[in-house]
Design a protein around this ligand. Sequence first.
Ligand code: HH2
Length: 383
Amino acid sequence: MARLGSDPEGIRLMEGKTRSYTFFASSLGVAAANILKQEMLSIGGEAAIARGTVNCSVEKSDAILHATVKQYGLLIEKLGYQPFGLVELAGEIERALKTVELGPESFEVRKVRIPQQKPRIMGILNITPDSFSDGGRYVEPEKAVARALEMVDQGASIIDVGAESTRPGSDPVSSEEEWRRLEPVLRQLRPLTDAVISVDTSKPPVARKSLENGADMINDITGGSDPAMLEAASEFDAPMVLMHMLGNPKNMQDNPHYDDVVSEVCTHLGMCARRAMDCGVKKIMLDPGIGFGKTPEHNLELIWSLDSIRSLGYPVVLGASRKSFIGTIPGGGNDTGAENRLEGSLAALSIGVARGADVLRVHDVAESARATAIAAAIRDGKP
Ligand code: HH2
């Protein structure tokens, strides 16, 4: 518009009409859904709701909203005067709009800002005998520390140390055993690097001890389901990754089913984030949990829909590295094991970057850092 010679004030007025977004609102009461539909139509937007809403033959309806930025501005103003929870909905729309336009609010952990323009690499360090990809390789603390430092040199800003495998069908280990594995690694690694150290645990006592011993953040595959975990993170002002999982590692791959995987994962993660915030956790990242109670199709849909998760207002973590769905895709290479899924992992990572991932949890750090730089540069049209 500037190149056309449009008037600067005109550009300001037109600009809000050039971008449109689709939002999904779940489980609205019929009164709210009817008012929302009317208000959307009155401003020239669209709201798809269940047919039975108009004669109240349904109790609840989801809604798909479509409007320009300018129209959403008008809608937010109008909903501000309405009952039936529409004031709260207006707040959520405002927040989602701000996030899709400007990105989630950033935070800092150990001088590492998240999100930033180029996504961060989180290098995986499994100090377990049985992880699906690197199990048994870094059981000795010296080897684990050397691998962590190597990953930092290769471009990882975060090292995610896991002392319990959560691969499908795995058995849990005790807090004592998990801490026995973690303690020497944290003690030796902390003085040697300024990289962020994340601990991949869902056990509050392990998280607390880790934070006391130099870890910076907690990666919780249960989405902060235990209040004691949230309390520990809050006390240390530690960032948390809240991940979505259906069931638990033992049963999660027994026929996972969703009516709508993206909206269900978003709704669940939104709830996890609110619960964590209410407990005082201020730095939150969300993760769809690739492979955690998901079919290959669910995983593909979630990676393509990372922007929906990001519209909840928090940076997004993607962990697709070497996961089994890669081996199921025809033409993606015969599945000869986790070690041989590099190309598939980089393809998933690149699409993840294009769709809004802020942190990439990976095994192959050097290759992933290079692929991320290129994918982010193409996405943003600048190096
Ligand atoms: N995946 C695994 C473990 N932790 N955490 C987050 N936030 N996201 C993930 O996708 C994720 C995770 C599983 O991978 P890995 O750690 O390599 O294997 P294992 O659980 O067998 O140790």
